[in-house]
Design a protein around this ligand. Structure first.
Ligand code: NAD
Length: 247
């Protein structure tokens, strides 16, 4: 069938803002976890080589807070799961978040480009495995037996994000690109909007608490808390639907 007669893909890029109302701090919250530490110390390879214990203690604490908060998906995560279930074409969620809230809401097609909570990787042999256990510089890799090389399977600043081939393949097929709750300051995610705009007839929408620096790059803007703005936006998309020729 000619592509013009088949609903094109939708790519939804999500950031920390979509999980804020589930009780998980964004990078920018003044009192948030991330502002109590120096990012260079806990989210870079250099920080890891300098002081593994400091890095691992930080993630152990973050995981503890996460569990204690018993976070649950909010209305924005739920709305995106409904979009995937009801829309006639592909819906791909590309998330910068390490939390599992999209999956908990029922989304199936989720790509975690910055890794995910609950996974551990051995820096020596590369094995990734699920684990909720606290890590220390004495932790032993169950695969290769190396001591002190286990780390959270999370992408740190300066490291290559994961699944980029899959992400660019989805971006290259999409007809609608939606960015939700992301400040547009972390690359390459911040550049996805420019990437899709190289093709004609791709619609771009920013949904965020407030305008971001990337605002001029989007055609449509909706501002407010994600739980208030995402559900009606999704309902509008589903009601209007896609028609050959565009949105
Ligand atoms: P960011 O903290 O830089 O930006 C968050 C954006 O969300 C801001 O523009 C803010 O205005 C907006 N926002 C805040 N509350 C909102 C709400 N209720 N509704 C809608 N928007 C809201 O986060 P980012 O752009 O995702 O990028 C930074 C990095 O932070 C990512 O690499 C990510 O891995 C990491 N991170 C992830 C989590 C998580 O897993 N939930 C939490 C904090 C940071």
């Amino acid at each position: 069938m000619h592509q013009d007669y088949f609903p094109p893909g939708i790519v939804v890029l999500t950031g920390a803002g979509i999980s804020k109302e589930s009780g998980i701090d964004t990078f920018r919250d003044p009192d948030g976890l991330w502002n109590r530490v120096n990012l260079e110390d806990v989210a870079t390879l250099e920080g890891w080589h300098r002081d593994k214990k400091k890095v691992l203690d930080f993630y152990n604490e973050a995981r503890g807070l996460f569990r204690a908060a018993q976070v649950a998906p909010n209305a924005a995560h739920d709305a995106l799961a409904r979009l995937e279930a009801k829309y006639g074409g592909d819906v791909t969620i590309v998330t910068q978040n390490i939390d599992p809230l999209h999956e908990m809401a029922g989304s199936k097609n989720v790509i975690h480009m910055h890794g995910r909570e609950g996974e551990v990787r051995c820096m020596k042999c590369g094995t990734v495995f699920p684990s909720d256990a606290d890590l220390s510089p004495q932790s032993v890799c169950p695969k290769c037996g190396t001591v002190g090389e286990l780390r959270p399977n999370i992408v740190w600043f300066g490291e290559q994000p994961m699944h980029l081939d899959e992400i660019y393949a989805a971006l290259d097929k999409c007809g609608l690109f939606i960015a939700i709750g992301t400040s547009g300051q972390v690359y390459p995610a911040a550049g996805f909007v420019l990437h899709v705009r190289r093709r004609p007839r791709v619609r771009t929408v920013e949904l965020n608490l407030e305008p971001t620096e990337n605002q001029p790059l989007f055609e449509e803007h909706i501002y407010g808390p994600a739980t208030r703005i995402v559900p009606p936006y999704v309902e509008r998309l589903l009601a209007e639907g896609w028609k050959p020729g565009g949105w």
